[in-house]
Ligand binder design. Structure first.
Ligand code: SAM
Length: 232
């Protein structure tokens, strides 16, 4: 397989999976999960490259397509743990320790990543947005949100909960982005996201749906990128 722009696809490991399948005591759902991990070339490549998460490839691939993370830009990453997107964003915008231009927040603790600062906080809490802007010391050029609510297994409930996070991230972006700024967010298809999409169309010059190769085909996960913020 070819490796496009350093963010493409890679090899896999079958022998170990066959061994695991023969272990009769293991629950079939966990066997399926392990099988998926072992067969997933991105998992191996994540470890090789020292990325904090497999999700790093999703941002790399979206950026390959839209080339919006440019040197000198400032970035706020909502739902940043464990930190794969922070790593990619800081590399692309050339953010350095001591003058961090990439700031993240998550309800979970994020590991320290050079060129980035992160705080623990819930984006539902209004003061968290102010804390992020204060830490960045300016308005952001790019807002990223890979936030996802914990899944319940009930498709419609999961959709509503993740769309709620998308709406909060969008409100934060409209309130704070620099003119011409970019908003990229996780977006589950399911119907209730329409209002958020309308708001994006109104406030940005272009809105695109994108499903990077690293996002599993069977998943309802997708992303929406809004380019050219028109200003408040
Ligand atoms: C898919 S993970 C993000 C992975 C990250 N982009 C990376 O590359 O490592 C989604 C994150 O959203 C966070 N999250 C969910 N709800 C949140 C909220 N209300 N406020 C802040 N973070 C939240 C979760 O804790 C989780 O770490």
């Amino acid at each position: 397989m070819t490796n496009k722009n350093n963010s493409g696809s890679f090899g896999s490991s079958r022998g170990l999976l066959n061994k695991i399948k023969k272990d009769k005591k293991r629950k079939s759902s966990s066997t399926r999960w392990i099988g998926r991990q072992l067969n997933d070339p991105y998992v191996l490549e994540t470890q090789k490259r020292g990325y904090k998460s497999r999700a790093a490839f999703k941002l790399l691939q979206i950026n390959d397509k839209f080339n919006f993370l440019l040197p000198g830009l400032s970035v706020i990453d909502l739902g940043c743990a464990p930190g794969g997107w922070l790593q990619i964003a800081s590399e692309k915008v050339s953010s350095i320790a001591g003058n961090e231009k990439v700031i993240g927040v998550d309800i979970l603790k994020t590991d320290d990543i050079s060129g980035c600062k992160s705080i623990i906080g819930d984006i539902n809490d209004k003061t968290v947005g102010d804390d992020l802007i204060e830490l960045l010391g300016q308005k952001p050029d790019v807002v990223l949100s890979d936030m996802a609510a914990n899944t319940t297994g009930h498709r419609q409930t999961d959709h509503i909960r993740t769309t709620h996070l998308l709406e909060i991230a969008l409100d934060f972006s409209i309130e704070n982005l620099n003119r011409n700024g970019v908003f990229l967010a996780k977006c589950f298809k399911g119907g209730t996201e329409k209002e958020a999409l309308n708001l994006m169309q109104k406030n940005f010059s272009k809105v695109h749906h994108v499903k990077p190769d690293a996002s599993r085909k069977e998943s309802v996960e997708g992303y929406v990128i809004a380019l050219g913020f028109k200003g408040k």
